[in-house]
Design a protein around this ligand. Structure first.
Ligand code: PHE
Length: 340
């Protein structure tokens, strides 16, 4: 019996050495170590031996089994290594192929638009002034001439962070911050940044969007300065064509207030889907800084005057590039972003 065991073990080891594939390795395993494998059978036959031979044979057979199991694992590892090497050398993976390039990114359409706006206003002497996105109720509303319970607060659907603290609904609170910092110097700044409104998200409205606020404070600043500034901006941003129109409007922090429209750049004023057949597109809310607001900023309204305006960023970009859904801006779809 022991001789037979040695013979089976020898045979198993030499046949394992020539196994070249995973498939054959499995056949080998079944033949020797499987449920009906030669070695398993031998172990099972221990019971047929005379009692005194059983322990020695059992021990030898178990050892042989363990030895073959180890040899099997070694061979399996070897085969796997060979496979990988073969693949790398000349098979399905060509290691000499250049890798897939990761190209440099580029500026987001919003950033590009903001920079165009900065450049235009920089030429007119406006500096960029940044203000926080989380504001107090007082700065977002109160100091802009909207005390608590003022009905004009309803013009802005607001996210409240906690009592007295809001996600700013517009960039206008930055006016107060800029005035308090610059007072008593004259001011010419633009205030770009994100604003938030508790809005139904749609193709035209996001709950997060950019605005650029403009503020000029000085002696003898007039409505004509405001109109001239907005006209120059529209002319340069949209490319020179079309007329500009000023409509009377209302904001609590400007007096008088206007809204500036340009002739629709898509239909040249004839009327289309984008301008809702009116021929005009709204580009900014604006007006002369309200005396109360000047005072809140530290300026004496009998000596100082100023104008302010607020314009969007995504909507002008949509017009310029023919984008029909504002949700695309922050949807992170690279197919959209790569077009700009
Ligand atoms: N803050 C106003 C808005 O968000 C726009 C505006 C800014 C109007 C400055 C007048 C002056 O609607």
């Amino acid at each position: 019996m022991l001789d037979e065991l040695r013979q089976v073990e020898e045979e198993a080891r030499s046949s394992l050495r020539v196994v070249q594939s995973g498939e054959n390795l499995e056949i080998w395993r079944r033949r020797y170590l499987g449920k009906n494998g030669a070695l398993t059978e031998m172990l099972r036959s221990v019971g047929d031996l005379p009692k005194d031979e059983r322990p020695a044979f059992g021990r030898a057979a178990n050892e042989a089994k363990r030895g073959l199991e180890e040899a099997f694992q070694r061979r399996a590892d070897e085969l796997e290594r060979q496979d990988t090497e073969r693949e790398l050398r000349g098979g399905s993976v060509d290691v000499t192929l250049p890798g897939r390039p990761i190209g440099p990114g580029h500026l987001h359409i919003t950033t590009q638009t903001l920079r165009q706006i900065y450049a235009i206003f920089a030429d007119m002497g406006f500096q960029v002034y940044e203000a926080p996105e989380v504001e107090t109720d007082e700065l977002n509303f109160g100091l802009l001439n909207m005390p608590p319970d003022h009905p004009a607060r309803d013009m802005w659907d607001t996210f409240w962070v906690e009592e007295g603290v809001v996600m700013r609904t517009h960039t206008s609170p930055g006016q107060i911050r800029a005035m308090r910092e610059y007072c008593p110097e004259p001011i010419r700044v633009i205030l770009p940044g994100k604003c938030y409104r508790y809005e139904q998200v749609s193709a035209r409205s996001e709950h997060q969007f950019y605005q650029v606020e403009g503020l000029a404070v000085g002696h003898d600043i007039r409505m004509t300065d405001l109109i001239g500034t907005l006209t120059e901006f529209a002319r340069r941003f949209y490319g020179g064509v079309g007329r500009l129109r000023m409509r009377g409007s209302y904001f609590p922090f400007t007096e008088p207030s206007i809204e500036a429209d340009i002739e629709c750049i898509l239909c040249e004023g004839l009327g289309c889907r984008v301008c809702k057949n009116s021929g005009w597109l709204e580009i900014a809310g604006a007006g002369m800084v309200h005396p109360v607001v000047l005072e809140n900023g530290g300026y004496d309204p009998t000596e100082w005057s100023g104008f302010a305006f607020g314009t969007g960023v995504e909507r002008p970009a949509m017009l310029k590039h023919g984008i029909d859904d504002i949700r695309l801006f922050y949807g992170n779809d690279l197919r959209f972003l790569r077009q700009f």
